[in-house]
Design a protein around this ligand. Sequence first.
Ligand SMILES: [Zn+2]
Length: 145
Amino acid sequence: MTLFERKDVASKDLEALCAQRLRRARWPEQVKCPHCHSDEVTDIRQYMDVFQRYLCLACGRTFNDKTGTIFENSKISLSAWAEAAYLLTADQPVTVIAENVGVSYPTALRMVRELRKSSLLHTLEEVVREKRFRPWKRLGFESVE
Ligand SMILES: [Zn+2]
């Protein structure tokens, strides 16, 4: 199975799981508005199937699970970010990350730089380790089995 076939099969469940972990990491107790830090927040609707959208009752602004994170304006799926995080913490070079995640070298390089700065690096990397999705055997990754 190629990387892209695997993604098509797994993408929605995996994306939902990554979104759930992101929520839990950002707001372990209660969702807080990233604009004004109020916890007077109400769910309004789903966003792209797996993300939750919120309305802040204090400042009236809306936000979602990704607002204010490195993933906010990214077209790359959270599960692809998770793969990159995993490979990065496994000390893999950018070329390997680009190939496995299915992005260009400059994109992979940008992802690595963002991930290195982010407190969410390990949150996503853990999802990959726990779910044991493993497209990396051809690169010698056997350890997650
Ligand atoms: Zn607010």
